[in-house]
Design a protein around this ligand. Structure first.
Ligand SMILES: NC(=O)C1=CN([C@@H]2O[C@H](COP(=O)(O)OP(=O)(O)OC[C@H]3O[C@@H](n4cnc5c(N)ncnc54)[C@H](OP(=O)(O)O)[C@@H]3O)[C@@H](O)[C@H]2O)C=CC1
Ligand SMILES: CC(C)(CO)C(=O)C(=O)O
Length: 310
């Protein structure tokens, strides 16, 4: 399979490395020239629990990517998805499949603007990953990934992708209830990520606080009510369990939203808390705790933007 990772940061490099280990032809596509130069000169340095690897994977800017690709895996932040795909339009052929394992709701609709519906795949990944410097990625947690065609149809390509990832060391499985899995993950992120970002602390700190635990429970309950109102019949308990695992087993992991505010970057809170609140309110349901966390993170982003201007 000839594939490109579009947005080869923390997650893109982790997944690109798995496809490379599985023997697939991978190109890492990104807009950061120092990152591309480091990978081209020294190889991709990947630090996992299995040790440190240095993988010689081609890396380039979008305009230099030579398609058409069988598969483009989109791993930009959600607010860059559409512009990133526009920058890869020359490398999308009639048979190109697109896959998003990004956080948040609404990734399927963004991808659907670029290929026929039957070639859009979506999913969710529980793997953690950090970009620690140009050409250097660290991922020290366990986690599964799930994927499936977003709008139904033949799952053959999704099967090939899950098989390659699993052979490359990242367990992945097909999940016909993929939209429920995506909702569950978004609710988990809506509960955990803003609190990590606002307190500048990891899940272990939240677990030690009764106030944080109560807030997390409230966001999960609101999110599940929103999902039900939108026809996604998910259970609250597995999400509560996942938040518990995060506070104990992943106590020191820096949630991606925490990494973003620490680096002074925009967060994905609109696609996570914002999307859940909008989906709830469209069905006449209030989600006040989720909304408040959304607004607090937006305030934090405004504060960071103001200090960057000074
Ligand atoms: N990190 C994690 O632990 C997890 C992240 N996720 C999700 O995965 C997705 C990716 O996250 P993550 O890997 O952390 O993000 P990163 O910021 O590490 O990587 C995104 C990369 O995309 C690049 N990019 C931006 N615009 C373009 C473009 N037009 N064309 C090509 N590349 C572009 C960015 O460059 P630049 O920085 O210069 O903008 C950056 O290198 C997000 O949706 C996130 O929520 C899901 C599970 C876990
Ligand atoms: C790594 C994980 C699953 C948990 O925090 C995540 O989704 C994130 O950091 O955004």
């Amino acid at each position: 399979m000839k594939l490109a990772i579009l947005g080869s940061g923390a997650m893109g490099c982790l997944f690109g490395a798995a496809f490379n280990r599985a023997g697939e032809s991978v190109t890492l596509v990104d807009v950061s020239q120092p990152h591309i130069d480091a990978i081209t000169t020294h190889g991709l340095e990947l630090d996992t629990r299995a040790g440190v690897e240095r993988l010689p994977i081609p890396a380039c800017q979008p305009a230099e990517a030579s398609g058409p690709f069988d598969l483009i895996v989109v791993f930009t932040k959600t607010f860059h998805t559409v512009s990133a795909l526009e920058g890869m339009a020359h490398a999308i052929g009639p048979d190109t499949h697109l896959l998003s394992l990004q956080n948040g709701l609404g990734n399927d609709a963004k991808l659907a603007g670029f290929v026929p519906d039957g070639q859009v795949m979506v999913g969710a990944s529980m793997l953690p990953s950090d970009l620690v410097g140009p050409g250097r990625v660290r991922s020290h947690g366990e986690g599964y990934s799930r994927l499936y065609p977003a709008f139904g149809g033949d799952p053959a390509m999704a099967e090939r992708v899950a098989d390659a990832l699993t052979r490359g060391g990242l367990p992945a499985q097909l999940d016909p209830a993929i939209h429920e899995a995506i909702w569950s993950k978004a609710i988990f992120n809506a509960a955990m990520n803003p609190l990590c970002a606002l307190t500048r602390r990891t899940p272990g700190f939240l677990g030690a606080s009764a106030e944080a635990r109560a807030t997390i429970r409230a966001v999960v309950e609101e999110g599940v009510a929103a999902a039900h109102a939108n026809g996604r019949m998910i259970d609250a308990q597995p999400i509560h369990d996942l938040t518990q695992v995060s506070m104990t087993d992943h106590a020191d992991h820096e949630a991606s939203m925490l990494q973003d505010v620490k680096a002074g970057r925009r967060t994905e809170v609109d696609a996570i808390n914002g999307a859940i609140v909008e989906a709830a309110e469209a069905k006449g349901i209030a989600a006040p705790v989720t909304r408040t966390l959304w607004h607090l993170v937006k305030l934090e982003e405004a504060k960071l933007a103001e200090s960057a201007d000074c």
